[in-house]
Design a protein around this ligand. Sequence first.
Ligand code: 5GP
Ligand code: ZN
Length: 114
Amino acid sequence: MSDCIFCHIVSGNIPSNKVYEDDDVLAFHDLHPAAPTHVLIIPKKHIASLSEFPVEEEALAGKLLLRIQQIAKELGLQEEGYRVVNNMGELGGQTVHHIHFHLLGGRSLMWPPG
Ligand code: 5GP
Ligand code: ZN
């Protein structure tokens, strides 16, 4: 997707502060962190949102979840705890239309969110 900011991050056209990368998954620090640790985990393949995640990509969906687990552990968040968020669509607050999971940690997080 030529107009997708996260596809440009995957291709390296836009720089990012990477924390993890493999053939299918990329994780990088959020530009505007909402917590001491705020990492975005994305599939390299362009998928617009959770609602549009193809059912035939079940293995990729599972891989993303387990990479989040691994990255949280590597960043030292496991003991204190952390939050994983996906914003979907307008009311969900999604602003970048390439699916991403926010991994937030390092402070006490309010629930429910605003
Ligand atoms: P959303 O609101 O779609 O769930 O989250 C999009 C996130 O992407 C926001 O937290 C925002 O700060 C982050 N973001 C937007 N543009 C960039 C960028 O160019 N680089 C990085 N690292 N993060 C970005
Ligand atoms: Zn994209």
